[in-house]
Design a protein around this ligand. Structure first.
Ligand SMILES: [Zn+2]
Ligand SMILES: [Zn+2]
Length: 333
């Protein structure tokens, strides 16, 4: 038995075996570390004495907290709240949050009030975190169908993390690990600054993710534009808001059903895989996938077909431009 597990079991006064049974590793045997959310990425550093201790980044569902409080139960962190494959509470089908809805602070803590159960409260204004966001409540009616669509994909990812083969009607010939690899790579590509980008400070809003705006996924923040983040898996440190946007885009890109693009990005949106390939730097896109078998054969084929459509469109555009230039020259004679 690992020493930390035993120490935690002693501190919490539960049996170590019972604690191990509740662990994420047990429930999600295929869980990769970058599919957990971290406050800081755990990585080897040159100066360990000044590096931050890796801690899980916790978001929460205000409805779970409100329900617990109403039932006089102590507040606790659900496993799903630290998984990078979810931006929603699947029990309440409600967006997860990571800041106080009253003052916007990211600081929170557990607190034992004079009366009533243990609560999660804001560390800045001391209000309890079970207050729902007003903009989310306002958006709920119109956004619900879109949220439900996004949640179906999150459930597939959570299944893949538990080693379950994805739905083969949706994700043809795709294994659990291929689905996770595809999501990781797509999220990285969506968030990556284009090569040659030399903006001072290194971050830019000229990233492919910003071609996938969906107001239902970002309630109260119309046309929100994200900054680049050059990491192998941006989901690992993303806020729930960024997570939802990345996962919604990845969902529509991987799932070839046109209904998915329509449900998430509207009836006029072109196929998400075409938007993805069109907005992506060629050099960057061609460098993926790193190895054969990393992506499923179906997805590799779909990406190749989208690249071909892009080439055809660009040849056609050049031809039209030349013909236009020719007509103008003729008119001037
Ligand atoms: Zn909930
Ligand atoms: Zn607050």
């Amino acid at each position: 038995m690992q020493a930390w597990l035993k120490a935690a079991a002693d501190r919490l006064d539960v049996s170590a075996i019972r604690l191990a049974e509740q662990s994420l590793a047990r429930r999600y045997p295929a869980l990769a570390l970058d599919f957990l959310v971290w406050e800081h990425l755990p990585r080897p550093v040159d100066y360990p004495e000044v590096s931050a201790v890796p801690r899980l980044g916790i978001s929460w569902c205000s409805r779970c907290l409100a329900e617990g409080f109403a039932n006089d139960e102590p507040a606790y962190v659900r496993q799903q709240w630290v998984l990078a494959a979810s931006g929603f509470c699947h029990r309440h089908r409600w967006p997860l949050e990571d800041r106080c809805n009253a003052c916007g602070s990211l600081n929170w803590r557990f607190a034992t009030p004079a009366r009533g159960p243990l609560r999660m409260i804001c560390g800045a204004c001391w209000r309890p975190l079970e207050r729902a966001s007003v903009s989310t409540l306002d958006a709920e009616k119109a956004a619900r169908a879109c949220w439900d669509h996004a949640i179906t994909f999150e459930l597939q990812l959570m299944g893949a993390m538990a080693g379950k083969t994805p739905d083969q009607f949706r994700f043809n010939f795709t294994s659990a690990s291929q689905l996770l690899d595809q999501v990781r790579d797509i999220c990285s590509l969506l968030n990556r600054s284009p090569p040659g980008h030399d903006h001072w400070g290194g971050r830019t809003r000229a990233i492919a993710l910003n071609d996938f705006a969906c107001d239902a996924i970002t309630p109260g923040m119309r046309d929100y534009r994200f900054l680049s983040y050059d990491e192998p898996n941006p989901l690992a440190t993303a806020t729930p808001l960024l997570r939802r946007c990345l996962l919604a885009a990845a969902h529509a890109i991987i799932d070839s059903d046109p209904g998915t693009t329509t449900a998430l990005f509207g009836p006029d949106a072109p196929p998400a895989i075409d938007t993805f390939v069109a907005g992506m730097n060629r050099e960057l896109l061609d460098s993926y996938p790193a190895a054969t078998g990393h992506w499923s054969p179906t997805f590799t084929r779909q990406i190749e077909a989208a690249k071909q459509r892009r080439r055809r469109r660009s040849t056609l555009a050049k031809f039209k431009l030349r013909r236009f230039a020719g007509n103008t020259a003729f008119a001037e004679v």
